[in-house]
Design a protein around this ligand. Structure first.
Ligand SMILES: [Zn+2]
Length: 307
């Protein structure tokens, strides 16, 4: 397993020290796609590894970690029908935390989206962090540490992840996948070098192409880079579903802008007019309109508002 953060030598240095002594509680913060889960899995594997030079990649504990079924690594995540980590999940964790480990000589609890814990759940977790059982590690994942209780933050070692630069991101994806360099570069450009998002894009994952293109498109429109903006839409021209997502996302971006500019009447008016244009054009997508024509017309109408 390669170290997930090729780019961040500081993190890499910090983490290499964990081989001899891992802090009992860690917060990994970073925006979506920066590798929080990958790093958490790496640390968990390091903790349970029973070989030399942890993680050794060859002991049974390492193998079980790699396939996500090590009995001493527990992942607490938001359940499908919920939006938060519930207090019941933390209570369950508390019930198991004092049990002894199965095959490794320690236990690791990874709490994904830790910022979704409400006050009750947070306080419940805090109690465990205050009196941690021996040989137990907690890894909390969040987009921003500030959304966690300060009392929790103060008991954890913080690792902050950032989006790498283009070369590093390209090298990482090239080394760890079989995608074409040209496609990788395109995916990284659309996703501002965010490795996770670029990989999702390359894998055609749910995060629709349309959403990613809309973000890039809008930013180019704002900078008056019209031709480049149009170019971003080329990849959608044969994909009506992705174009629907594109339009929905564009509306969301504009709605957000309108809200952000409540006290700047001029900008707010401009965003509102742009929003109206998108709404006006949206019904065309259920007709048989040629998508190239759709994007050209949308772009020229948006630009005429800006100029
Ligand atoms: Zn090992």
């Amino acid at each position: 397993m390669s170290f997930p953060l090729v780019s961040n030598s500081r993190i890499s240095q910090v983490v290499s020290k964990f081989e001899t002594k891992m802090p009992h509680a860690i917060i990994i913060e970073g925006e979506y796609g920066t590798g929080k889960k990958t790093l958490a899995k790496y640390l968990a594997k390091m903790a349970v590894c029973s070989g030399e030079g942890k993680p050794c990649d060859s002991c049974r504990d390492c193998h079980l970690s790699d396939v996500g079924s090590h009995p001493d690594i527990e992942v607490v995540s938001v359940k499908d029908d919920k939006k938060t980590i519930t207090v019941d999940q933390i209570r369950e964790l508390k019930n198991t935390v004092y049990l002894s480990s199965h095959t490794a000589d320690c236990r690791v609890f990874i709490i994904e989206k830790a910022d979704t814990m409400n006050l009750n759940a947070s306080n419940s977790l805090l109690k465990v962090l205050e009196e941690p059982p021996a040989k137990t590690y907690f890894i909390l994942l969040t987009e921003s540490k500030s959304s966690l209780l300060e009392t929790i933050q103060s008991r954890c070692t913080l690792l902050s992840l950032f989006t790498p630069d283009k070369e590093e991101a390209l090298k990482y994806i090239k080394d760890s996948s079989k995608f074409d360099e040209k496609d990788i570069i395109n995916a990284l450009e659309l996703n501002k070098n965010n490795i996770g998002k670029a990989l999702e894009f390359l894998n055609g994952a749910k995060l629709s192409k349309g959403v990613t293109v809309a973000e890039r498109y809008f930013s180019l429109i704002q900078q008056n880079i019209v031709l480049e903006a149009l170019k971003t839409t080329v990849s959608l021209e044969s994909n009506r579903l992705a174009t629907n997502d594109f339009v929905k996302e564009l509306k969301e971006i504009l709605a957000k802008k309108i809200k952000e500019n409540l006290s700047f009447k001029e900008s707010q008016k401009e965003y509102m007019t742009m929003y109206d244009v998108v709404c006006d054009m949206e019904p065309l997508l259920v007709t048989n309109i040629n998508l190239t024509l759709f994007f050209t017309s949308l772009t020229s109408r948006l630009m005429s508002i800006k100029n």
